[in-house]
Write a protein that binds this ligand. Sequence first.
Ligand SMILES: Cc1cc2nc3c(=O)[nH]c(=O)nc-3n(C[C@H](O)[C@H](O)[C@H](O)COP(=O)(O)OP(=O)(O)OC[C@H]3O[C@@H](n4cnc5c(N)ncnc54)[C@H](O)[C@@H]3O)c2cc1C
Length: 459
Amino acid sequence: MTLDERALRASWADALPEPFWLQQPGRPAAHPALDGDTRADLVVVGGGFTGLWTALMAKERDPRRDVLLIDAGRIAGAATGRNGGFCSASLTHGESNGRERWPDEYEQLHRMGLENLDEIAATVQRYGIDCGFERTGELAVATRPHELAEYDSSADDFLDAAALRAEVDSPTYLGGSWDRSGTAMIDPARLAWGLAAAAESAGVRIVEHTPVDRLRRGRGSVDVVTASGTITAQRVALATNAFTPLLAGLRFHTVPVWDYVLMTEPLSAEQLDAIGWSNRQGISDSGNQFHYYRLTEDNQILWGGYDAIYHFGRRIKPAYEHRDETYQALATNFFTTFPQLEGLRFSHRWGGVIDTCTRFCAFFGTSHRGRVAYATGYTGLGVGASRFGANVMLDLLAGTPTERTRLEMVRRRPLPFPPEPFAWIGITITTWALKRADRTGRRNLWLRVLDRLGLGFDS
Ligand SMILES: Cc1cc2nc3c(=O)[nH]c(=O)nc-3n(C[C@H](O)[C@H](O)[C@H](O)COP(=O)(O)OP(=O)(O)OC[C@H]3O[C@@H](n4cnc5c(N)ncnc54)[C@H](O)[C@@H]3O)c2cc1C
């Protein structure tokens, strides 16, 4: 690595502190806020992927249903407009997490995940959503010898260092695998805006800039209470992700964790040539602190991940959207991975919040005698799984068992996190131990105990 600290800092310091995806032309104008009391058959709270899929599919299932979608801020303004755009078939945050937790149902979950991704592709086509959907798959790469040991070198999808570097040329690559069909690359904001437009054309009403304060039991209904009016709803779907849950019983089931991203300027033809990458896969490395990276349609590199930051007290504040220390680490690791790109600069930097739960994939449930359903806890892999979560909520609200609602994965909830200060202490110790395990290749006693309890994260 030839770049010094100052040159590394200069590579990102002038980057626009905004999510690249949300800065693109074509962002729809904001819908008006709620103005007075109203009624709806279904109120969807949250205008990210989970809420948008719920609203659209509610109309597809029953066009006569009156659906209102409400968001505290803007459509796709939170994680949905800030993510890496890896649209994965996995519903379980990867195979090993899924197999370990639901060994008997994993094959079914795998099949349902692939079907879900196929249906996302079909929806994009059906509504003509221009979101750069490319089913290029995902490369998982080992950059440390102990990580290589996790790969099965006899598997069909295994690539040794030479084969991997023929795909994408980084001197750090030791080997890896290429899942060719389980992940698509998408432009998340344009997918969300397209889903919102499709929902609206099906008759969904959308209001923005209207935080829901609470839910109140009504007579044969649920009141969705906001400062600017109350919506009397027959059914409510909660799609509020990492934000403070509207159901008190969920307060301890997720913690908000911050994840950060740098986006490069577009690569020139020579720069692209220097690294290859003509098959345009998404890439993730194999550490506990892992990076995810991909090309945009105009050959910028989105480079995210590594740090996962939790703030005491489950706080979510705009001030946390940027973290210089993390940007510096991301830039350092970027130029270590691609030294050929020395001199390239980053055009955008941003952060976003993910809804981490103790089983690392979404969980579901109902309250208010089945009138309210929720889906949350995607733990940073919700771009594709949010559509599955939306379908689960609609199934639960309909009250008729389906293949989805019969799954143990859907019926069971994860263990909650402890209250503060124990949550902060536990997360801090775990983060330290995971970093150490990346260096040493060994999980210490703390991580082994968490593994034993089913609480250990292994990317
Ligand atoms: C930096 C980053 C990178 C990521 N990369 C990937 C990736 O590459 N692949 C992947 O699969 N996943 C990724 N994720 C995770 C993915 O973005 C999320 O899992 C997914 O977008 C979740 O969608 P959602 O609709 O559940 O939540 P969100 O997009 O967070 O939407 C929730 C919405 O609810 C609204 N809301 C909350 N409370 C209220 C209230 N009381 N009243 C009204 N509205 C409310 C919020 O304003 C928000 O708009 C990433 C996340 C981040 C932050």
